[in-house]
Design a protein around this ligand. Sequence first.
Ligand SMILES: C[S@@+](CC[C@H](N)C(=O)[O-])C[C@H]1O[C@@H](n2cnc3c(N)ncnc32)[C@H](O)[C@@H]1O
Ligand code: SF4
Ligand code: SF4
Length: 367
Amino acid sequence: MNKPSRKNRFQDIDLHQSPMLVFYEVTQACGLVCKHCRACAQTHALPDELSAQASLSLIEQLADFPTPPMLVLTGGDPFCRDDIFQLIEHANAVGLKTSITPSATPLVTNEAIGRLKQAGIHRMAISIDGADAKTHDEFRGVEGSFARSFDILREARRVGLPTQINTTLTPDNLDQLAAMAEMFAELEIVLWSVFFLVPVGRAEEVVRLSPDDYEKAFEQLWDESQRRRYMIKTTAAPHYRRFAMKKNREAKAAGNGSTNNGMKPPFQAAGINDGKGVMFVGHNGEIFPSGFMPIPSGQYPHDNVVKVYQDSPLFQDLRNANRLEGKCRQCEYRTLCGGSRARAYALTGNPFAEEVDCAYIPPSVDA
Ligand SMILES: C[S@@+](CC[C@H](N)C(=O)[O-])C[C@H]1O[C@@H](n2cnc3c(N)ncnc32)[C@H](O)[C@@H]1O
Ligand code: SF4
Ligand code: SF4
């Protein structure tokens, strides 16, 4: 086990050696039934879920990366595990900065939020998928979930626990983007992470935005990022980096310094993507490039997670921009962006295929 260290300078990380973010899906159990759930989460834990002991050992192994990653305890709903505080405390003890993504259910009591703060949780992320209860609750499948999310976030603010909101954009909530941005300001969140649908799990049945709608969303996110105190990033839409870089260049050319807080490291500028700065360990120890790209690349505890990240042929190829195909291969933004590898895989079965949901045509591609 590494000796405890909080050093985690994202800009210095060699992405071939260490991921920035490791998602550990501690369970697939969850009290919500979202239409788009990549995990197809259901009410009860699956029998092959890693035990407490195996989870603690996994956490120790994650601390062995040359640069310790940020650990995100995710699910399912991490609060469905009885030993969740033990896992958090252990992650803290081995020097891993740890975030948690509970589902907004009555399990997240005020007492539990206080314990998260005491246990040293770095940040808690809560999902909100609309500007009103109807839109959100319909999407999450449980009435009252919208109100619960707000109660949780307000309590976290009260006790000084930093928060993040995750929102999945679909054609149903795209026109609520500005209203959501305004609502979230009141909650004093640190980061708004805007997810774009990856058609895996239950999301295979959900309608995605059109490529032109992505661009409209990017424009609005950019505008919001200029005036909000919280950072804004995208998840599964790395082409926002292409959009933001272009905006930054235009601002510079016009003599305006960029104020975009959404492009600051660690998240946007480094070009992280599935398997490139990101690794996912499933509830049963299966290792994937991300939660949205369920290509088995190893099996903990049989395989060492550090070795899988560094040496697995798939992970290595995902970090090699020369493996990209189609217009992403020819694109001048391919290192910074590269398209969502998870969506390419979900739609074509080829993790290196071009991003289907990007409207940009690189100049080198014949019209
Ligand atoms: C897998 S969930 C886990 C945490 C917690 N259960 C929740 O939903 O907030 C993490 C984030 O991924 C989003 N998500 C789930 N399935 C998705 C999909 N197929 N495409 C894009 N985002 C998805 C969720 O909405 C949530 O914001
Ligand atoms: S997206 Fe999250 S909250 Fe929704 S069903 Fe899946 S695990 Fe539960
Ligand atoms: S063409 Fe591919 S690499 Fe270029 S901006 Fe679009 S998704 Fe990114």
